[in-house]
Design a protein around this ligand. Structure first.
Ligand code: NCD
Ligand code: ZN
Length: 332
């Protein structure tokens, strides 16, 4: 059995820089038609020169593969209207990180005061620039995302014309918020569709499944699966594929991030197939995203086949999710 996916998109991707970019860039470009590129480099992408320079380095890493780069800026509350206008054509979204909440987010935002945020969020609404948010408080690790839901709601209510993307949602609370506000959308990762905290820390500790936000409870995973498998119109696939070298994962102080880019479509096909929902995969990996972001990606068809695929132990220095295991679908 085969299925064809038209222009599959990864709406949340970390490509890093330098040698790591050289390893992982081509892998994403082999599977996907385009991706939203996260700006959390060191230093983060906060101006036009660094955004264009990064885009150029990604393009040289992926060579002649067709792959559309949807670039983002790292949110700063003091971006001016003139600056945003000057960069508008190069920009797909702005990514907001609460300060210190995850990898390379030290320069993020320390408070969500509506009056302080009003100028920039009004400008973003007027210029139709979506705001992508890593929605976690710095509370107890299992509650961080659900504690953040009121912040999403406050922003959605106060800026009804702003497109707000709840990134990599992991909880039923976030799924429930989706239908309450017209301007709230979400990305969902592969790993949060498949694992719970049990898989990370219920037995021997699994560093390659450790990420932010941490995987949650079974009822949360079920809620995510439900909206993904039905391709709820407000959710889209965003891998949050976040490569770290093996020695930064298998050590005390393990870095957060799961590397899934080269195995994501195969594993999604397996999940959708098992649930008899293959017909909804196209909407989850493309149609919803194109509508929500108003984008038209590079034409590219990816054919998947129900044929075993043994996931490599490593790609360069990075250990992928399902390393050494067999998936039931492969890319032709
Ligand atoms: C991401 C990374 O490594 O850049 N890590 C992660 O655990 N997801 C950052 C992020 O998206 O939180
Ligand atoms: Zn991320």
């Amino acid at each position: 059995m085969q299925i064809k996916l038209n222009n599959p998109l990864d709406m949340h991707l970390h490509l890093r820089d330098g040698e790591m970019l050289e390893t992982v860039g081509p892998l994403s470009a082999d599977s996907f038609s385009g991706a939203i590129i996260m700006p959390n480099l060191l230093p983060p992408i906060t101006d036009k020169a660094s955004l264009l320079g990064y885009k150029q380095r990604i393009n040289s890493a992926i060579g002649d593969r067709d792959f559309t780069l949807y670039m983002t800026l790292f949110f700063k509350p003091d971006y001016s209207r003139d600056f945003l206008l000057s960069i508008r054509d190069e920009l797909t979204a702005i990514k907001l990180y609460p300060a210190g909440i995850t990898t390379n987010s030290e320069g993020g935002l320390s408070g969500f005061d509506i009056d302080e945020l009003r100028p920039i969020l009004t400008t973003m609404s007027e210029l139709n620039i979506p705001l992508c948010i890593h929605g976690e408080t710095n509370g107890f690790v299992m509650d961080r995302e659900s504690e953040f839901v009121p912040v999403y709601e406050k922003l959605a209510k106060n800026f009804p014309d702003l497109t707000i993307i709840m990134e990599h949602i992991t909880t039923k609370a976030s799924v429930d918020a989706l239908d309450k506000y017209d301007n709230l959308y979400a990305t969902i990762t592969l790993h949060h569709l498949l694992i719970t905290l049990d898989d990370v820390a219920g037995g021997m500790l699994q560093p390659h499944l450790f990420c932010k936000p941490i995987a949650k409870r079974y009822e949360d995973r079920d809620a995510l699966q439900k909206v993904a498998l039905e391709a709820h119109p407000k959710v889209m696939f965003g891998s949050d594929s976040a490569p770290h070298p093996q020695d930064s994962k298998e050590c005390p102080g393990c870095a957060a991030g799961v590397f899934t880019a080269p195995i994501a479509l195969q594993a999604l096909a397996e999940l959708f197939d098992k649930n008899d929902k293959l017909n909804n995969l196209q909407a989850f990996v493309n149609t919803n995203a194109c509508r929500i972001y108003n984008i038209i990606p590079t034409e590219k068809t990816i054919t998947l086949e129900k044929k075993p695929f043994v996931v490599p132990d490593k790609y360069g220095t990075v250990v992928p999710m399902f390393a050494g295991q067999e998936l039931s679908w492969s890319i032709v």
